[in-house]
Design a protein around this ligand. Structure first.
Ligand code: SF4
Length: 390
């Protein structure tokens, strides 16, 4: 292995290669597989084609014993040809579903490419059905269509819809912190414990685990994004009067410590308390990463755009594990939300936004990275990319 020169780091105004060619990404429907595990009394009803149904089923795997909490209302040729009343058909499907599943408290009607093509107005359906099934079931809608979005934007659209359903906190409510973005339960529990140990009393999570425990929102709310792909959710929260706490994203020791520290500062927690609470877990995390550093240090890295997690992941892999990023591709770069992250990226890496997949594959082949991180790659190039990455 060749020894590498230390990387230098530069400010957030670095140049970005913007590409608007053919993209290879998963559509927003696939995020349902993750979200339905978090929102435990919610059901996701995709209004789509057989293709949409197959995609979700193959992404989720086969559930033989569990009652699934997602399904597809298939748009048939008759609907596409305008020969059937799609709204009446949807009402019938919802009625059958809610009769059979009284445990559902929150129903998402999820739009898809086909429902957008026939211009089915799911927001109108959601309003109508919400009135009909109130107060047992709340019905919301969002789009998971792959026409313009990537898979993590499916979560963004879902959480934006949830923000619209949150109650407003009174103007004189005590300051509260809202952590925004679906996290694994174990991570959510750790963050809740650490934030409480820091002395932040009112902490909520969006999404919450049940429809009954949705947080309230208002000008007393400060929110921390736990994921970097929640631009429209953040805008919806700000419109409701909440204030975003600017921070690194909680990936790696540096990111997680920075994220928790930003929350502590926003709530006036003193520095001694932060050191007392955050130093032991940070040291444990450093120890856990040490073994990976010996494997990954000096290895080169190429990110294809997939999830918008690429920038914080690259920051962590370069700064904490000594990897060398060649290209950091991201589907969409939100400069304001990523400001703190961009300050810490190695200036030797090319930052690219969007995709022209063939040109990017050419750059990847020429760079011959040790590790390539990608979502979808055209079939003809899979073997090639694997060979280069191996
Ligand atoms: S890309 Fe469109 S048609 Fe294909 S599965 Fe996703 S929503 Fe359905």
């Amino acid at each position: 292995m060749t020894a590498l020169a230390p990387q230098s780091f530069q400010k957030a105004d670095r140049p970005v290669l913007r590409e608007r060619g053919q993209r290879e990404v998963f559509c927003g429907l696939t995020r349902i597989v993750w979200l339905h595990r978090k929102l435990q009394d919610a059901f996701f009803l995709v209004v789509g084609s057989r293709t949409c149904a197959h995609l979700i089923q193959s992404a989720a795997g086969v559930m033989i014993f569990a009652e699934p909490r997602f399904a597809t209302a298939i748009i048939e040729d008759r609907d596409l040809a305008g020969m059937a009343d799609a709204e009446a058909e949807l009402d019938r499907v919802v009625e059958q579903l809610l009769e059979r599943r009284p445990d559902i408290k929150l129903l998402f009607l999820v739009g898809s490419c086909p429902s957008e093509v026939i211009k089915l107005d799911l927001s109108r359906s959601a309003h109508r059905l919400s009135r009909q099934y109130h107060p047992q079931v709340r019905v919301l809608n969002y789009s998971g269509s792959g026409i313009e979005t990537t898979f993590t934007q499916g979560e963004d659209a879902c959480l934006e819809a949830l923000v619209g359903a949150l109650e407003t906190a009174p103007a004189d409510a005590e300051a509260d912190l809202l952590v925004v973005g679906a996290l694994p339960d174990v991570v959510e529990g750790q963050f809740a414990r650490l934030l409480s140990a820091l002395g932040i009393r009112n902490v909520g999570f969006l999404p919450s685990r049940s429809a009954d425990s949705l947080p309230r929102i208002g000008s007393s709310t400060r929110f921390l994004l736990a994921q970097p792909f929640l631009a429209t959710t953040a805008a919806a929260l700000e419109k409701r009067g909440a204030t975003r706490i600017a921070a690194l994203f909680p990936i790696g020791v540096e990111g997680t410590t920075g994220w928790l520290t930003a929350a502590a500062r926003a709530f006036g927690i003193d520095g001694a308390k932060m050191i007392e609470v955050l130093t032991p877990p940070a040291q444990r995390a450093r120890n856990a990463l040490a073994a990976w550093r010996s494997v990954l240090e000096g290895k080169s890295l190429f990110f294809f755009p997939d999830s918008q997690l690429e920038v914080p992941l690259a920051r962590m892999l370069c700064r904490e594990l000594g990897m060398r990023a060649i290209e950091i591709g991201t589907p969409y770069l939100h400069r304001e939300h990523l400001k703190e992250e961009l300050e810490l990226l190695p200036d030797s890496a090319l930052l690219s936004e969007g995709q022209d997949v063939e040109r990017q594959l050419d750059r990847c082949r020429a760079a011959r990275p040790d590790i390539t991180v990608c979502g979808l790659v055209p079939r003809d190039n899979q073997g090639e990319t694997r060979r280069q990455s191996g």
